[in-house]
Design a protein around this ligand. Structure first.
Ligand code: FE2
Length: 128
């Protein structure tokens, strides 16, 4: 089982190289704060805000997954070279149909060299 690294606010980090390392390995969840029950809801997970991760054959983001609490909702796999090593941010949009009262979204990303990285959780209220 690889170690799970969690996002640290890079404004609190002093060394530039460490900020780069943390930011480019962290998945960020982009979605609305509320969703309608039973209707398609889009959740985009994007790697990094300021820095992009390499897309080399021996070092790339192999997958990105979206969880609701402890339940896996969806996962996308990449092959190396999918982003042509163009310093693009690996990005996936998941479309899910929410049920219940709220979603507790958490994203995971797996780097082939640096393990699993977990996003900051994002709560989404589900309106009836
Ligand atoms: Fe990496």
């Amino acid at each position: 089982m690889p170690k799970i690294n969690r996002y640290v606010d890079i404004d609190t980090i002093e060394r530039e190289s460490k900020k780069d390392y943390i930011d480019r390995h962290s998945p960020f969840i982009h979605c609305e704060d509320s969703a309608k029950e039973g209707e398609m809801f889009s959740v985009t997970v994007k790697m990094g805000n300021e820095y992009s991760h390499p897309d080399d054959f021996d070092h790339y983001i192999a997958n990105m997954a979206l969880y609701n609490g402890e339940t896996l909702l969806a996962r996308a796999d990449f092959v190396p070279g999918a982003l042509a090593n163009m310093k693009a941010h690996a990005t996936v949009t998941f479309n899910i149909i929410p049920m219940g009262n709220k979603l507790n979204l958490v994203a995971h990303a797996y780097c082939t060299k640096h393990g699993i990285w977990e996003s900051t959780p994002k709560e989404v209220k589900i309106e009836k």
